[in-house]
Design a protein around this ligand. Structure first.
Ligand SMILES: *[C@@H]1O[C@H](CO)[C@@H](O)[C@H](O)[C@H]1NC(C)=O
Length: 308
């Protein structure tokens, strides 16, 4: 009898542990958040985030779990994907503060727009991302489409290369231009613009809009080296099936070409660092990325414990 009781108690304990278990610990693309890191991860960024508030015992949450893993993999480097286990006592207040009423709730957080024309000290501060409950279907494509549509866009479309000298004249920042095989703005490129916000002006021009430069262009007068390069590029890039990323440093009349075709963020980041010696604020090669990676790998949690 006693043994049976002990056995039952043990089973209850084990199953409680299983039920309370976080879904995504040490997931490479998804962050399990706690009150200690939530604000810094979600609000301390120029990225958009989607957060799944869940309870491990809930059936719909279990159904959503494999989908969220795929969402996170697809959105890696584009939109932050995170989760909060509302069943843990330490997270209850966080879930209440975010007005979570049922599980799972997918909440999307949008950063405020940074006005780069204002001096640094007057730009918006942390802590004011707008939140919005995702009400669409709990399927891969709709979740991805919705969250990507909530990204801030700092890429400007350029429909005419002749506008470049005007753009160069307006800002002291160097520029990058994506000559794009697609008409549609790529989310990866949008995220690169976020990583380097304030360091580069970001433009894109679809390859089918690339046309010869007019010869009386100011570009020829003020930026002869860049002008010469672009003249040569036009023929190759016009209607090309390949995208090309080029950095322009008008101040020194210099340009740098990213040779690898698909935009892989780590490589782009390396290229951008090497071109002009700047460091990204976020994304690969940034200090913030180390912080984010530590949360994903569970190392941040160990640090928390060590502090206790
Ligand atoms: C967002 O980008 C702006 C512009 O570079 C920067 O001043 C600000 O600190 C960034 N915000 C965060 C939270 O990183």
């Amino acid at each position: 009898m006693r043994i049976l009781k002990l056995l039952i108690a043990a089973i209850i304990q084990v199953s409680n542990l299983v039920w309370a278990q976080n879904f995504y610990d040490e997931h490479p693309h998804l962050m399990e958040l706690t009150p200690k890191n939530f604000d810094k991860v979600i609000h301390g960024t120029n990225y958009t985030s989607v957060v799944e508030f869940y309870a491990p015992w809930c059936g719909y949450c279990q159904q959503l779990k494999p989908i969220m893993k795929k969402v996170a993999k697809n959105l890696d480097g584009i939109v932050q994907v995170a989760s909060v286990n509302c069943d843990l006592p330490k997270n209850k207040q966080l879930c209440a503060q975010n007005r979570i009423q049922g599980f799972p709730t997918l909440m999307v957080y949008r950063p405020p727009r940074v006005d780069l024309s204002k001096p640094y000290s007057e730009r918006v501060k942390l802590g004011n991302h707008a939140s919005e409950v995702y009400k669409g279907e709990r399927k891969l494509a709709p979740i991805i489409d919705f969250t990507v549509s909530r990204m801030k866009n700092y890429v400007r479309r350029l429909l005419n290369l002749n506008k470049l000298s005007e753009m160069f004249g307006k800002s002291t920042r160097p520029s990058m231009i994506l000559f794009s095989k697609k008409e549609k703005l790529s989310p990866i490129y949008k995220s690169i613009a976020v990583d380097w916000l304030g360091s580069y002006n970001c433009f894109m021009i679809p390859n089918n809009k690339v046309a010869p430069l007019s010869s009386d262009d100011n570009l020829a007068k003020f930026y002869p080296n860049i002008y010469g390069f672009l003249q040569g590029l036009v023929e190759k890039q016009k209607n090309s099936e390949k995208s090309l990323l080029v950095v322009f440093d008008p101040h020194n009349d210099q340009y740098y070409v990213f040779q690898d075709s698909p935009l892989v963020k780590a490589q782009v980041s390396k290229f951008l660092k090497e071109s002009l010696g700047y460091n990204p604020q976020e994304g690969p090669g940034s200090r913030r990325q180390q912080f984010v990676d530590a949360i994903k790998s569970g190392k941040a949690k160990k640090v928390e414990h060590d502090e206790l």
